[in-house]
Design a protein around this ligand. Sequence first.
Ligand SMILES: *Cc1c(COP(=O)(O)O)cnc(C)c1O
Length: 419
Amino acid sequence: MKDETKCLHSGYTPNNGGPGVMPIYQSTTFRFNSVQEIAEVFDDPTKAHIYTRFTNPTVDCVEKKIADLEGGIAAMCTTSGQAASLISVLNLASSGDRILSTSAIYGGTVNLFAVTLKKFGIIVDFVDVDANENEIQAMIKQNTKAIFGETLSNPSLKVLDIEKFANIAHKNKIPLIIDNTFPTPILCKPINYGADIVIHSTTKYMDGHALQVGGVIVDSGKFNYANGNFPEFIEPDESYHGTIYTKDYPKCPFIIKARTQLMRDFGCYPSGMSGFLLNLGLETLALRMERYCKNGLELAEFFNNHPKIKSINYPGLKHDKYYNLAQKYLPKGTSGVMSITLNGTRQEAMEFMNKLKLASNEVHVADIRTCVLHPASATHRQLTDEQLIACGINPSMIRVSAGLENINDIIQDFKNALD
Ligand SMILES: *Cc1c(COP(=O)(O)O)cnc(C)c1O
């Protein structure tokens, strides 16, 4: 199946006479006929659902659909994108280990990595997305357990050279984790370029309707966790009756371990209703992405030609620094998100935003409705000026997310506010 078809048909196939739409299993628990049957499911948690803290039949269908769209082998949903980032990293690194991350990543992830993980004894080193192979290699230490980056960074819109980072990760026998939130698998499938784990904030385009916060982790099924660098994957897990993840679940040890260890303990798993709503968004994802890209490009061209706009980051524009990488990794388009910097002060940028009538001021992005955000006073408030600049954020930069309204209405609103 192609993507448009997968969006509608992957993950759930109705039985003869069964419901045509994936049903909502809004149940905390599942009933068995005997004690032995429950014990068997504990032995092999892929056999049935036990408890909605770590699996649920509705969410399971959505996980299968997203894994299929990304070209992965298995997936696990989480209650937020933040939870997906956290679990993807903690599944590989423990106290005393390091992670190498690019610095062009979402502000919430920067804080998670630089502040909170540090409290747990995990050090995250940051490297420029444009660093060359030697510079990146020099940042990798004996105890570095993974490389992390964003395909299309929020909000600086830098395009990651996924193959460059995948090559270095694999030379060092560590996996590459890619946050693919903005492109979604419709615009880019990082696994095709060597990514081993793909994560998303499904809150954005995947849900698409600003209904609920969520996340997902996808396992490519390609990385060899038995290569000696990851003892937790090859030694019996005493906390889960001696399971050896690479031996007992050779196809997708990453997701099984994340579920039985981390999801069991942290419990950030969505409900059946959440899975249903996410699936509703996914059904139209391919169609919506096409229009986001079209509206995004037209709006970017309008800003690019406007005398009051000093600069714009949108890798779909020919003069953009990341245009060539975008042509390679995002040939179908670069989403509806862009960042603009006004000819003016930080204060004038905020006044301009207050004059918008259609576009909403809100802490959201990649939404069905056009929205704007001032990162320096909102999502990235906790970062120092140096950290802001390392993430590619000017203090007077505005992030603009083109929605699905008529493009003429969107442009008129920005034109009025600029005038
Ligand atoms: C929003 C976002 C996150 C965090 O996701 P939440 O669902 O808000 O927890 C992570 N990465 C990127 C690229 C994001 O845009």
